[in-house]
Design a protein around this ligand. Structure first.
Ligand code: NAP
Length: 275
């Protein structure tokens, strides 16, 4: 069965739009982009489109490639202090000479839509109710929507990146999954992934996960994105793996749309805590 991220995103956005209307929530998102990264521009367009749909205002700050780090830090301070701004996104990547961690960590934890500031990650580590990174939350919501049990399941995550794999391992552990975090140094990766009731791949290695690495009936979530000659490829060899998987995400059309919906979900969560 296909885990249809687009369909679930649309349902979630409709519910959130209604909530914003009924509760008359006034929410504003600030998005900062430094430079001309083409993929970033597409991501920002998708975020803006979802915000427009549900009735959230967006303020974009597109800074030139040669922006000094200090200018970016000043902008973040200004947005932190602005009571009309509910949430802030600093789009990654930033140009090499800018310290992304330093800048993103300056975002007020209460306005940190991406959930990457130290306070929010520490709360996640402690298992507290906190702002979850959008991709992590999107994967959990997708599993919940299709009623795939998380508690007690063997989850194997391939990729220990700070944006997906690592925080996802904490979040799923907090939901009582038994989590194995695999990476490029993992020996006999296929033996490890075959134990998974839920296999999640977040590496950016095209078609790393093949049929022989998946247990029959397992749920397979493909997070990875590889862009090649205008095409997007996932980490999972969908055609062969869908023969053995019980549930599987398409890619594109699985985790990506859910990530965008969770930006809205996080913004509402943050707005409600302002009260
Ligand atoms: P990252 O920080 O670059 O981490 C990649 C991870 O993959 C690393 O832990 C690396 O292992 C592991 N890896 C690389 N080659 C491997 C191999 N052959 N076997 C096993 N593990 C391998 O990446 P990220 O930022 O977490 O993102 C991961 C992917 O998700 C990227 O493709 C990104 O574009 C995509 N993504 C998608 C969404 C979405 O909404 N769909 C959102 C965010 C990210 P080591 O640690 O040992 O080097």
């Amino acid at each position: 069965m296909i885990l249809d991220g687009k369909m679930v995103r649309d349902k979630i956005l409709d519910e959130l739009k209604l909530k914003i209307e009924q509760e008359n929530l006034s929410i504003k998102l600030a998005i900062i982009l430094v430079g001309n990264n083409e993929a970033s521009k597409i991501y920002i367009k998708n975020k803006e489109k979802a915000c427009n749909y549900v009735g959230i205002d967006v303020e974009k700050y597109i800074l030139p490639e040669d922006t000094e780090e200090q200018t970016l830090l000043e902008l973040i301070k200004k947005l932190n202090a602005d009571i009309n701004i509910t949430g802030i996104i600093l789009q990654s990547p930033v140009p090499e000479y800018i310290d992304y961690d330093k800048c993103s960590n300056l975002i007020d934890a209460k306005k940190d839509v991406d959930g990457f500031t130290r306070d929010n990650i520490y709360n996640l580590y402690l298992g507290k109710d906190t702002i979850l990174p959008c991709t992590v939350k999107g994967i959990i919501k997708l599993l919940e929507y299709y009623k795939i049990p998380i508690s007690g399941s063997n989850v194997v995550i391939v990729g220990r990146g700070n944006i997906v794999g690592h925080p996802l391992s904490l979040a799923l552990e907090n939901l009582n999954a038994t989590v194995t975090l695999a990476h490029s140094k993992t020996k006999n990766l296929g033996d490890v992934t075959k134990n998974a009731d839920i296999l999640i791949s977040a590496t950016g290695v095209k078609h790393l996960i093949t049929k022989d690495m998946v247990k029959k009936g397992a749920t397979v979530i493909d997070v990875g994105v590889t862009r090649e000659n205008g095409h997007i490829y996932g980490d999972v060899d969908f055609d062969s793996v869908s023969d053995v998987a019980g549930f599987i995400t398409p890619n594109p059309g699985g985790v990506g749309p859910m990530t965008v919906a969770m930006i809205i979900d996080n913004l509402i969560w943050m707005k409600e805590r302002e009260k």
